[in-house]
Design a protein around this ligand. Structure first.
Ligand code: ATP
Length: 309
């Protein structure tokens, strides 16, 4: 099957500033794809072009077989995609059920209103007025409105911003359930936890360009990066006594970097056991998604992007 979304050489400028400068990526059917990037990187512009709200200057875009820049198929695109944007305008004096039912009327083949309310966890609140919903409940309503048209592809713009940790986990599970139900999801987020938890693949956009793309586990070479082993040295030993090169830290822990984790750990633990001692506070980690993200996006983005494509 063709990909759900294909973007090739996308360019967009506002006046003389190129907000998007040659972005290319593809989203497979049934996956969760996350766009990450610093403020002003070009995520919203890219999403809005995919959603058909913004024109492009150059490049090819295909969303579920349609060109979102094509006015003739605009209605068809609206029927096939769902949107959960920031600040969706809803009438505050309508109830939850009235709000969802009203949007259902905009689609030729909507999902069942009560089923969608149930799906997003608002069952029991059908008669509650929108203005009386909490922030998290309101966001669930936004999601219900994104789903009521029975979309094959859902765009989520920072879906859990402002959620408490419980609500966040609940929303993540809901998004995973939607993927299990066969819905393709493209989301933007500033939360590395969220990308790590949800995304099958992520693309990092900086300065209007994709600077890395891959699974959260492998992004920027995370999976092959050297592991970092840390522990407290048993007194009176020093790093010079250790069987492997180590660096002492100001926090009292020593750090050992290793490309051969099993072997290095073996040497260290054998060394410790022979001395009948412990490597106190032993931890092993690799660069987190946030470490990699910060490295990839660590440049000055304040300069205007005037270079031509
Ligand atoms: N309507 C507009 N007119 C002029 N410039 C714009 C417009 N919208 C965005 N820009 C500029 O285009 C660049 C990309 O903005 P965009 O909103 O796409 O970034 P973003 O990655 O979504 O950022 P954020 O994470 O802050 O939402 C920025 O330099 C921004 O100032």
């Amino acid at each position: 099957m063709a990909d759900a979304v294909v973007v090739e050489g996308l360019h967009k400028r506002y006046g003389t500033v190129w907000a998007v400068r040659g972005v290319s990526f593809a989203v497979e059917h049934g996956e969760i794809f996350a766009l990450l990037g610093p403020n002003g990187a070009g995520k919203t512009t890219t999403m809005e072009i995919l959603e058909g709200f913004r024109g492009r200057d150059l490049g090819r875009v295909d969303v579920l077989g349609l060109d979102p820049g094509e006015r003739a198929t605009e209605r068809l695109l609206r029927e096939r995609i769902g949107l959960v944007l920031q600040d969706i305008a809803v009438e505050p004096w309508l109830t939850v059920r009235e709000t969802v039912a009203r949007d259902a009327g905009c689609y030729s083949a909507p999902r069942d209103v009560d089923e969608v309310i149930d799906l997003v966890g608002l069952a029991g609140l059908e008669r509650k007025k929108v203005r009386a919903l909490s922030g998290g409940q309101k966001r669930r309503l936004d999601l219900a409105l994104g789903l009521i048209g029975d979309p094959g592809l859902l765009f989520l713009d920072e879906p859990t911003t402002g959620f408490d940790p419980h609500a966040r986990r609940g929303a993540w599970q809901l998004i995973r359930d939607l993927r299990e139900a066969g819905i393709t999801i493209v989301l933007t987020t500033h939360s590395m936890d969220e990308a790590q938890e949800l995304a099958d693949r992520v693309a990092v956009i900086a300065d209007g360009r994709i600077v890395a793309e891959g699974s959260p586990a492998a992004l920027g070479g995370r999976d092959t990066a050297r592991a970092r082993i840390r522990f407290a040295l048993p007194p009176p030993t020093t790093v010079a006594d250790l069987p492997v090169p180590a660096t002492p830290g100001a926090d009292g822990l020593v750090t050992v970097e290793s490309a051969e984790l099993t072997r290095t750990l073996h040497r260290l633990t054998v060394w410790a056991l022979r001395r009948d001692t412990v490597l106190a506070g032993l931890t092993v980690d690799r660069p987190s998604l946030e470490d990699v993200y910060l490295r990839l996006t660590d440049q000055d983005h304040s300069a205007p992007r005037r270079s031509a494509p």
